[in-house]
Structures are given as structure tokens and as C-alpha cells.
Design a binder for this molecule. Structure first.
Ligand SMILES: Nc1ncnc2c1ncn2[C@@H]1O[C@H](COP(=O)(O)OP(=O)(O)OP(=O)(O)O)[C@@H](O)[C@H]1O
Ligand SMILES: [Mg+2]
Length: 510
């Protein structure tokens, strides 16, 4: 039942039905004009007045909702609607309107709004809870990996330290030279194994000092072929399918070879006695999301596929974790694929595995291709006088212990030694004075490698001899240093080694 009302052309109430009068408690005609206003919430009146005045002026429909404080029913929401009246001649006569109590509807609407808000809040809470659970899970998984890592490293290191300590112990007590030699070699090889282990760990944590070089991986694969063939054995069919036109990328060759060897050895283990292993290089275009964490684009893809036992999805999820292995103790450490992964990521690429139980495995290594060849900085070594007694050496070495020994050796050769701990410190020293020789470590803190330092120093001081040194041993370093024109001295070096190096003429660049 509506409250019906009418106004004159000025907007003053001229008529109201019985419900209207009852609702607002209007007793007299005089009260009718403004008496109903007292029932409205005072703060709602200005809005109501403006809305009505605007409609009145434009002779348009009027619509408004406002609150009323009813003496018996309490707070009520009134929805008012009015239509302009015109006489036969088209003159505006005022409004005829109806007001409806919409409190119930309003309440329902408010309830709905509150429910919605509550729901949003709940959903928000649930999402936050889910995010936290996921973070917890990730943390737990990381802790599990770290646990496996620590356990694995401790295990392996304990083994090799047992060999080293045992051997050294016997060497110290034994007089037999043959025995001492044999044990010394055993200790050395165990220590080397420890070194390889730390290299792999470093590669996984991406802390390895990579020496990326522009190169064709096809060439690297071909070079490594004899070694790979030997690793897979006679009974396994080993094939190379290398992309015609080359596969140029910028990678650390030693790390690439290690990754390839890891993949091939895994494939060999998977195929067992007989099977087929294929190493393939391709130029591929990766779609967004196709390879985890890898931006879409063109890549050089190096894949190692086999027709071995394959992997379950469960295994596939964990293979990149360090020390995850399904192989028995002594057969695998679980570091192979973590090295592959660390190397790929650090080289700006990614890894993808396609495999199913009994269906073999295809491990794909994606590496960013090299753009057009950048003009290489040529470093020209000038003919330089031999270095010897009375001359000055700039020794760049960050390890104080190693530096002390080197200073000893160099001073023993009659040289004057100035030391620097980083590349930038060395450049500072070079600004202040010239040296006959700079002997620099390759891997140093501070961002500048010894090779870079050598390059800069050779430019500003073409008369100075430069020699590089590093504690990293093996073919890796030889490979990495292939295009550095300076002689290289492996650490630890003896006075003889140094003398020999300095007495030969400096290598000329190709
Ligand atoms: N080609 C493959 N076919 C089937 N399973 C594989 C293959 N490559 C890796 N895997 C699985 O992934 C696991 C982890 O491989 P990863 O190379 O990291 O460690 P590993 O081979 O066990 O030990 P390591 O390489 O340190 O000697 C393996 O134990 C194996 O279960
Ligand atoms: Mg392996």
C-alpha cells in the first residue's frame, strides 16, 4: 500500500491519502505542507530537497530514497516517486507521487552486500592461507633438498677425506719411497675428486665463475665425441645429429662439456647393456610457457635422447635437485642434472625433459643463440725483454696465503713485488707506476676476472709482460684459456715453474 501525495506547481504538498497521513501522523491541512518533513532523518533532508528541486525545475520524473524515523516502526526506508502533471493546455500543475516503504528490500540488499563482503573476506583469507601453505611446502622441499645436499656432501667428503687423511698419515710414517708415492697419488686423486664435487656444487648454486665464450657447440660435441663414445661403451649405438650451419652460442666450454657428459652418462645408465643414444643440435623456437622459466624466443637446443627405461613423473619432478638419485650408493651422486640445470640457467637458457616409463628420455638443453659475431678485441702482445732479477712484479691474488707463498717465490728470484687483491686495485697500482710483469689470478672477487684485467692492462701497458694463474686444474682451464694470448701458470706453482714460464718467450696471439 502506497503513500499517495500531490503537489502544486511550486512543489508544496496539496494532497495526501489516508495512509500518508497515518504514516506521518498528519492531523491538519496546515501540517500537510511541511509536517511530514519532521519524520525524515535531518541529514537526509538536504539530499531529498535537492533531488526534488532539480526534478521540479526540469519538470521531470522525481525519484529518491531516504530514511524516516517512525514513532512505532522505527527506522524505515522510503522510496519516493513522482510524475509531473500537466493540464490540457500543457501547463505544469505539480507532481503526483507515491512513496513505498522499501525497508525490507533495503535490508535484504544490505544483507546481500554484507554476505558478499564476508564472502570476499573469506575467499581472501582462504587464498592467503593457500599461499602460506604453498610457501611452507616450498620451504619444506627446499629444506629437504638442503638436507639431502648436506648429507650427500658430508658423505662424499668423508669418504675422500678418509683416503686423504689415511694416506698422509701413512706417508708421514713410511720410509718406503714406492709406497709413499703410491699413497701420495691416491690422496691427490681423492682430493681432486673433492674438487670436482665442489665444482658441481658451485655450478648448481650458480656461483661457478663461468667463462662464456662465443663458440659453435657442434665443434665442442665433435671434439668430445671420442670421450663420449668411450663413456657409453661398445654395445650402445651412439649417434650425433648436428645442425648443418653450426650452433653458435655463448657458453663456458668446460661447463658445457661437463653438462654433455652428465647427460650422456645418464643416458648410458638408462639404456643398460644395449640401446641407442643420440646427441642432437637444432635451432628451435620456444613458445611462451613451453619450457619452465624460459622466455619465448629462438634457442639452440642440444638434446640427448635415449631409448632406455625412462622416468616416472614423480622422478621427473625431482631430478634437478642436488643429490636426488635413483641409483644405488656408489653408482650416482645425484649431481649430474643439477649441474646441467645450473649451467643452463646461468647461461641464460633452460632445460626440459620429455620422458615416460619405458619410453626412453629426451633431455633438452636450451641455450640462447649468439647474434651476429661481435668484432673481437684483439690483444697484441709486444716483444718484451725477459723478466728476471731486479725487475718489478705486480702480483694480483685475493688469497692471502697463496699471495704470501708467491711473494716468497718471486722475491727468491730477485724480483721486487707489489701486491693487489682485486682487478680494480691492480689497475690503481698500474696507474701509479709501471711494472715489468703482472702475474694475476683468474678468478677473483670484485667482478673483474684476471683475463679481463690482463686485457685492460695489456692495452694501457703494452710493454708489460702478463701471466695468468689459477687453482682450477684440468683440460677445462686449457680450453677456457684457448684464446687468451698470455701464458698460464697452474696453481700451486713452484719457483722452478715460474722461472721456466718467465724464461720462455711470451705466446703470440694467433
Ligand atoms: N636419461 C635418463 N633416463 C632415465 N632416468 C634418468 C635419465 N637421466 C636422469 N635420470 C634420473 O634422474 C636421476 C638424477 O640424475 P642425475 O644425473 O642428477 O644423478 P645421477 O645420475 O643419479 O648421479 P650422478 O650424475 O651424480 O652420478 C637419476 O638417478 C635417474 O633416476
Ligand atoms: Mg647422472
Amino acid at each position: 500500500p502506497a503513500l499517495i501525495w500531490m503537489t502544486d506547481a511550486e512543489g508544496a504538498t496539496t494532497f495526501a491519502n489516508r495512509r500518508f497521513r497515518g504514516f506521518f501522523g498528519i492531523k491538519t491541512e496546515r501540517q500537510l505542507v511541511t509536517g511530514w518533513r519532521d519524520a525524515f532523518y535531518p541529514e537526509d533532508l538536504p539530499l531529498l530537497d535537492t533531488a526534488f528541486a532539480r526534478a521540479l525545475e526540469a519538470r521531470q520524473r522525481f525519484e529518491h530514497v531516504a530514511r524516516v524515523q517512525h514513532p512505532t516502526h522505527g527506522l524505515r526506508w522510503l522510496r519516493m516517486e513522482g510524475a509531473p502533471r500537466f493540464d490540457a493546455a500543457g501547463y505544469f500543475q505539480g507532481y503526483i507521487g507515491a512513496s513505498i516503504d522499501v525497508t525490507e528490500a533495503k535490508k535484504a540488499e544490505d544483507d546481500l552486500k554484507r554476505i558478499n563482503e564476508l564472502l570476499e573476506e573469506r575467499v581472501g583469507d582462504a587464498l592467503a592461507e593457500k599461499a602460506k601453505a604453498e610457501a611452507d611446502l616450498m620451504h619444506a622441499q627446499r629444506m629437504e633438498a638442503v638436507g639431502r645436499l648436506t648429507g650427500g656432501v658430508a658423505h662424499d667428503f668423508n669418504n675422500l677425506l678418509t683416503v686423504v687423511i689415511g694416506a698422509l698419515d701413512i706417508i708421514l710414517r713410511s720410509e718406503d719411497p714406492a709406497k709413499r708415492k703410491k699413497l701420495g697419488e691416491a690422496a691427490l686423486s681423492a682430493a681432486r675428486r673433492g674438487e670436482r664435487l665442489t665444482h658441481q656444487l658451485l655450478a648448481f648454486s650458480r656461483r661457478q665463475a663461468l667463462r662464456p665464450e662465443a663458440m659453435d657447440v657442434n665443434g665442442l660435441i665433435r671434439e668430445g665425441e671420442p670421450l663420449l663414445r668411450r663413456a657409453v661403451g661398445e654395445a650402445v649405438e651412439f649417434k650425433l645429429k648436428l645442425r648443418r650451419g653450426g650452433a653458435r652460442v655463448s657458453v663456458d666450454p668446460a661447463q658445457f662439456e661437463a653438462a654433455l657428459l652428465n647427460l650422456v652418462v645418464n643416458a648410458r645408465d638408462a639404456v643398460g647393456e644395449t640401446g641407442r643414444i643420440t646427441v642432437q643440435t637444432q635451432q628451435v623456437s620456444v613458445a611462451p610457457g613451453e619450457v619452465v622459466d624460459l622466455p619465448a624466443g629462438d634457442y639452440v637446443c642440444v638434446s640427448v635422447s635415449d631409448d632406455g627405461q625412462g622416468m616416472t613423473p614423480e622422478v621427473m619432478r625431482q631430478v634437478f635437485e642436488p643429490f636426488f638419485t635413483t641409483k644405488s650408493i656408489g653408482k650416482g651422486t645425484g649431481l649430474g642434472l643439477s649441474q646441467v640445470y645450473g649451467f643452463a640457467r646461468q647461461s641464460g637458457g633452460g632445460v626440459r625433459i620429455v620422458s615416460a616409463p619405458g619410453k626412453g628420455a629426451d633431455i633438452r638443453l636450451y641455450l640462447p643463440p649468439l647474434g651476429p659475431e661481435a668484432p673481437r678485441e684483439r690483444v697484441v702482445a709486444c716483444p718484451i725483454a725477459p723478466v728476471g732479477a731486479g725487475q718489478t712484479v705486480l702480483l694480483v691474488e685475493d688469497d692471502a696465503g697463496v699471495a704470501a707463498i708467491a711473494v716468497d717465490i718471486l722475491e727468491g728470484l730477485g724480483m721486487r713485488v707489489v701486491t693487489a687483491e682485486t682487478g680494480s686495485q691492480a689497475l690503481e697500482r698500474l696507474k701509479r707506476g709501471a711494472f715489468d710483469l703482472m702475474l694475476t689470478d683468474i678468478v677473483m672477487p670484485g667482478g673483474m676476472t684476471g683475463v679481463e684485467l690482463a686485457r685492460r692492462a695489456a692495452k694501457s701497458h703494452p710493454q708489460m709482460r702478463v701471466a695468468l694463474t689459477s687453482g682450477y686444474v684440468g683440460e677445462d682451464v686449457d680450453e677456457a684459456l684457448a684464446d687468451a694470448p698470455w701464458p698460464f701458470l697452474r696453481k700451486p706453482y713452484s719457483a722452478d715453474d715460474l722461472r721456466r714460464l718467465l724464461s720462455t718467450s711470451p705466446d703470440m696471439p694467433a
